[in-house]
Write a protein that binds this ligand. Structure first.
Ligand SMILES: CC(=O)N[C@H]1[C@@H](OP(=O)(O)OP(=O)(O)OC[C@H]2O[C@@H](n3ccc(=O)[nH]c3=O)[C@H](O)[C@@H]2O)O[C@H](CO)[C@@H](O)[C@@H]1O[C@H](C)C(=O)N[C@@H](C)C(=O)N[C@H](CCC(=O)O)C(=O)O
Ligand SMILES: Nc1ncnc2c1ncn2[C@@H]1O[C@H](COP(=O)(O)OP(=O)(O)OP(=O)(O)O)[C@@H](O)[C@H]1O
Ligand SMILES: N[C@H](CCC[C@H](N)C(=O)O)C(=O)O
Ligand SMILES: [Mg+2]
Length: 486
């Protein structure tokens, strides 16, 4: 167990009221989970201010409090640690609490609107195939080598994140690959971590509900690279308009990947079909099982990171050619009866939906029709709703707009906002069916003919549908299989 003064040794600005040598048994950010001898961290959140729960936390046994504003009553038995930014201080303290686990691993983070899960999952699989014990932190799941730990966020909070990294180091992992969401940068979930490398995939429309403006969203992602140390590598997609901006102020070594221009990792697509991507990367021709230009970018990022981590180029490419898609990312199911093709994909942003539909249109054969079933999540960026409906209509023969995770919003209201994006010329080919299961069944049974392609977008690997705070079992793949009678 560590003392408060040990945990705060790296904090520049702090005011300690009470015994600085008090032992801290745990760091807790939710008053409802406080245990005896723990430190309660009062965070100013998006819904409530954690400072309102300080008294409750002390009643439940917290013996130290991390806060920005000192409460009026300060029991003598409790030590108060006052800092300018509690979330930032927590980042550093969580690292100290778990003995700086990120320093014991080669930790690589990726940020960007799309492609994070795909890239970290494949990097994790690649490095395991290369013979290393590895850790994974992703939207789909966390992993300590073979052990799967369910994931609640794309990037966990600072305490859980350091705890996971410590378990990875303890288990003998040498590498860890993690997603860095823009929320996690702003909320200091990653502050204090020691990264070996940082990757940028792309930035397009998402999360404006949280960041307010696109500029703030860019700044959030850039914050990750601004904080990288000199010893780290930064690897950016230079074909993205903001790929250069991301690295403007980084101290890390600058590396780029591109399909269009000279770069550290230069790639070229030779062919892209239902059978995979044939590419030239770094002057080597190689076949990959993944499909689509967007995956060509993910593959270049993976290759670049592996080489920057010191791996042999030929060995890397050989292992990469065997990699398969991440769960819920362009996963295909074919009906045994009439060869209808179901594609389950996590496209939940305009850019992702456009990429996936363009890829489908590019690889489809003969007179296959494309039928898209898509919805938008509740309590998330509402401005993407009409745009996604418009993209679905423009790139599909038939469309069903349906629910994603309505969360606490009225699904009919979300669908009404999506409906506004349907071009009038496409009214006839578009249906609105609120019940997602009904929508998928109808797309297969009534809209699709033998051989047609049905894209079910937005939920990918998710095995639930969140309605008013309750997660009900729901799996797009299961429902497609049921509709196909497989
Ligand atoms: C918008 C957002 O990022 N929310 C996260 C944030 O919650 P918050 O700021 O809203 O917290 P709050 O409810 O206002 O409470 C403030 C503080 O008071 C505490 N509290 C609250 C009530 C109480 O009785 N006692 C108490 O101590 C809370 O524990 C918290 O520390 O901090 C919480 C603790 O870390 C997170 O669980 C929560 O994630 C929510 C569930 C969420 O949905 N987050 C999504 C948007 C998210 O983080 N997504 C990103 C990216 C997604 C992507 O990949 O595109 C992710 O990394 O997952
Ligand atoms: N490099 C890419 N560029 C654009 N779109 C992509 C890219 N990679 C994947 N996609 C599309 O975006 C979807 C989400 O991909 P992925 O889950 O890898 O992204 P993510 O960044 O982890 O998303 P999230 O922010 O939800 O965690 C995929 O299902 C696919 O449709
Ligand atoms: N990590 C993303 C996932 C969105 C997935 C989509 N199915 C939705 O519910 O909107 C988010 O939390 O915004
Ligand atoms: Mg993800």
């Amino acid at each position: 167990m560590k003392t408060l003064s040990q945990l705060t040794s790296t904090l520049k600005q702090k005011n300690i009221v009470g015994n600085a040598d008090i032992a801290v048994s745990e760091l807790i950010i939710d008053s409802r989970k406080v245990s005896e001898g723990s430190m309660f961290v009062a965070l100013k959140g998006t819904q409530v201010d954690g400072h309102a729960f300080i008294t409750k936390a002390i009643e439940l046994g917290a013996t130290s409090i991390l806060c920005e504003d000192l409460p009026e009553t300060q029991p003598e038995t409790v030590t108060f640690l006052q800092v300018p930014d509690a979330a930032e201080a927590l980042g550093y303290m969580a690292s100290e609490f778990y003995d700086n686990p990120s320093k014991k691993l080669k930790l690589v983070g990726i940020t960007g609107t799309n492609g994070k899960t795909t890239t970290v999952t494949l990097l994790f699989r690649l490095f395991r195939a290369l013979g290393y014990r590895c850790g994974l932190i992703s939207t789909v799941q966390n992993q300590i080598d073979e052990d799967v730990i369910p994931s609640t966020h794309t990037t966990p909070d600072a305490v859980n994140l350091n705890k996971l990294l410590a378990e990875m180091a303890q288990a003998g992992c040498t590498h860890a690959f993690m997603e860095v969401s823009s929320h996690s940068v702003v909320q200091h979930r990653i502050t204090g971590l020691s990264f070996t490398g940082g990757i940028f995939s792309n930035i397009t429309h998402d999360h404006l509900d949280f960041h307010g403006t696109f500029d703030n969203y860019i700044k959030a992602k850039k914050g990750f690279f601004d904080a990288l140390p000199k010893t780290a590598f930064a690897l950016t997609n230079i074909d993205d308009r903001r790929g250069g901006v991301m690295l403007q102020n980084t101290k890390a070594s600058i590396n780029t990947y591109s399909l269009e221009t000279l770069a550290t990792v230069k790639g070229r697509i030779i062919s892209d079909s239902i059978y995979g991507l044939q590419m030239e990367i770094d002057n080597q021709e190689i076949h990959f099982q993944l499909i689509g230009t967007f995956n060509a970018y993910n593959l270049m990022a993976i290759y670049g990171a592996a080489v920057l981590l010191g791996e042999d180029k030929d060995e890397v490419l050989m292992q990469m050619s065997a990699l398969q898609t991440a769960p819920g990312r362009f996963e295909q199911i074919v009906s045994a009866k009439d060869q209808k093709v179901g594609i389950v994909d996590y496209a939940h942003t305009p850019d992702a939906l456009e990429n996936v539909l363009k890829t489908i249109n590019q690889i489809k054969e003969g007179n296959q029709q494309v039928i898209t079933v898509v919805g938008c999540g509740g309590n998330r960026d509402a401005t993407k709703r009409p745009i996604m409906a418009k993209i679905a209509c423009e790139l599909s023969n038939k469309v069903i707009l349906t629910s994603d995770n309505p969360r606490n919003e009225d699904p009919a209201e979300i669908l009404e906002q999506m409906r506004k994006g349907i071009p009038p010329i496409d009214f006839k080919k578009t249906k609105i069916i609120e019940d997602r299961k009904e929508a998928i069944l109808l797309s297969v049974r009534e809209l699709a003919e033998a051989g047609d392609i049905i894209l079910v977008a937005g939920k990918g690997h998710e095995n639930y549908q969140e309605i008013k705070g309750v997660k009900h079992h729901f799996d797009d793949k299961e429902i497609l299989a049921e509709a196909f009678g497989n």
